[in-house]
Design a protein around this ligand. Structure first.
Ligand SMILES: [Fe+2]
Length: 284
């Protein structure tokens, strides 16, 4: 029968997910009427399946994007309680994105690391009022223990969102240190995922270069000096150098205006905004 072998080959191709238009060739004159009829039906079926797959992909992308935006909004809600860290998550997300890109991460990993940066402190939402509204910047042992729970709390908040994948571990491990003295799990060296190392650098750098309760924003050279000092025991040395080069070439992130939910139109802090007492950079 003319074209039967080609018809079978086309059907096998389509069943393997290769939706080529070769099947339509078999509907033309010159082929056996039986082959032409089957080819036309299979061709129509292929077009319908393709359209449904496309619609499903779109729906999945929309769903994912809505969930991501909801989680980001929740993370930004932190600034309603903590004016001194407003914009911090956004900036850390952008620094992390830039560092992952400069370190030649894959497109998907760059996206994941950037998102983890925005979400990294989401666990602070569970802090008690004592931490948010205490005007005294001294931190006692009990408060320090509470501060140190936030990476694990963030991980637990987000772990139901499976599409976050490795971002969950990055959130949980953003305060780990290469020498094993970090928290919450005292991970050491290679045990700390690369994405978490990127968050640590971005987090510390942003804390140094923005004004906090305990310090004025530092000039760049001083901030670079500090992260170079932390490279080795705390931060990944190779990533620190890539990061410094990136900042020297492309500058600081400024997002406070865009993401601040804590000031009115004249830049005056709203009464609901207080601040977190931060003991030192390593406990941020
Ligand atoms: Fe943190």
């Amino acid at each position: 029968m003319d074209g039967l072998t080609e018809l079978l080959a086309c059907i096998q191709d389509i069943s393997g997910g290769n939706y080529s238009n070769d099947i339509m060739e078999l509907t033309k004159d010159g082929y056996d009427p039986y082959v032409r009829e089957v080819a036309e039906s299979v061709g129509m079926m292929m077009v319908k399946i393709e359209a449904r797959e496309f619609a499903l992909e779109q729906a999945y992308d929309d769903l994912k994007s809505n969930i991501v935006n909801t989680v980001k909004a929740t993370a930004r809600g932190l600034s309603l309680r903590d004016k001194y860290t407003r914009g911090h998550g956004e900036r850390v997300g952008r620094y992390a994105h830039r560092l992952a890109l400069s370190a030649s991460f894959s497109e998907e990993d760059v996206w994941t690391v950037g998102l983890a940066g925005i979400l990294h402190d989401i666990g602070k939402i569970g802090f008690s009022d004592k931490l948010f509204f205490n005007e005294d910047v001294r931190v006692d042992d009990e408060m320090l223990a509470e501060i140190r729970q936030h990476p694990e709390s963030g991980f637990r908040m987000l772990r139901g969102l499976k599409f976050l994948g490795p971002a969950l571990d990055y959130v949980r491990s953003h305060h780990e240190r290469l020498d094993g003295t970090g928290y919450p799990n005292a991970l050491k060296g290679e045990e700390i995922p690369m994405g978490a190392r990127i968050l640590s650098i971005s987090d510390v750098f942003d804390a140094l270069t923005t004004t906090r309760t305990y310090q004025e924003a530092m000039p760049l050279d001083k901030a670079f000096g500090i992260i170079r000092k932390l490279a080795g025991p705390s931060l990944d040395s190779e990533l620190v150098e890539i990061f410094i080069k990136e900042i020297e070439e492309n500058g600081l992130e400024v997002v406070e205006e865009e993401f601040s939910t804590c000031t009115d139109k004249d830049g005056v802090a709203k009464p609901a905004c207080s601040y977190l007492p931060d003991p030192k950079v390593s406990d941020l």
